[in-house]
Design a protein around this ligand. Sequence first.
Ligand code: NAP
Length: 268
Amino acid sequence: MKTLVIGAGNMGLTYAEGMARSAVLNRRNLMVFDKSADVIARLSELDHFDVYEKLEDCLPQADMVFIAVKPYHCDELFEEMRSMVNKEQIFVSLMAGVTIAKIQDGLGAKKVVRSMPNLPAQVGKGVTSFTESKEVSRVELLMVRNLLDTTGESIHVKNENYIDASTGISGSGPAYVFYFMQSMLEAALKMGFSNNDSRVLVSQTFEGAVELFNRNDLSPDTWMERVASKGGTTRAALDSMDDNNVKELIKEAAYAAFDRAVELGEEK
Ligand SMILES: NC(=O)c1ccc[n+]([C@@H]2O[C@H](COP(=O)([O-])OP(=O)(O)OC[C@H]3O[C@@H](n4cnc5c(N)ncnc54)[C@H](OP(=O)(O)O)[C@@H]3O)[C@@H](O)[C@H]2O)c1
């Protein structure tokens, strides 16, 4: 399975590196194309995969093509690709808000997988949701999934509405966690901790809580009850959050991202 990644930026490179490190793909079967000469020069030195500066040298020989350019670059890219596309190729889009129908129209292709990755893919802890056009077979979908999983975990969703919904949870979600971390960091600094100690306090608290959460299938509510005793300090904090409606506001924020993802898809 010859695989090509188009666009060697944050996401494209993350996936290319994930695939290169994994046993799923033979290194010789991984190609990367970017339009920037600087990027090509830098990647050629790394020698983790074959790097191309001309689309005609790599696209025709690819069985699977990951598209990782910014959504606003997709029209010009599709135009460039169109004459070289064949109907057996599978296109996996990492682009936010670009629909399967638009990709099929733009490329004149049928087999399209649309996915929504997230930033922790950079450290092998990503989660990617994905769905496919009806022309993609189960075996092909399994191959795509194996490649997506080289950057973490993936979930298959039944239609594109869930891709937009997962944008509101996992796609944009790392920023919500950073928002919470930033608030706790600012509180720690205000209490007089050094910058370094504040970072350790916050980071270990998040990492430890996630590890506890992953240990079994207890709900976050149950874990909160375990930490909070009646009349105690944690209860005071949780009551303060409840009084300020924080849970509802976070849910509203996730829906704002979901709605925006739908809107962006309609604009294109
Ligand atoms: N970053 C995230 O956390 C995240 C999360 C979910 C989804 N995504 C999706 O991932 C996609 C990529 O995002 P990113 O942050 O990785 O973008 P990025 O860092 O800007 O990378 C895109 C790369 O593609 C290159 N490029 C642009 N047009 C091209 C063309 N016609 N042919 C070949 N290469 C081309 C760009 O070159 P220039 O810089 O020279 O334009 C750049 O090197 C986006 O569609 C985004 O929606 C990103």
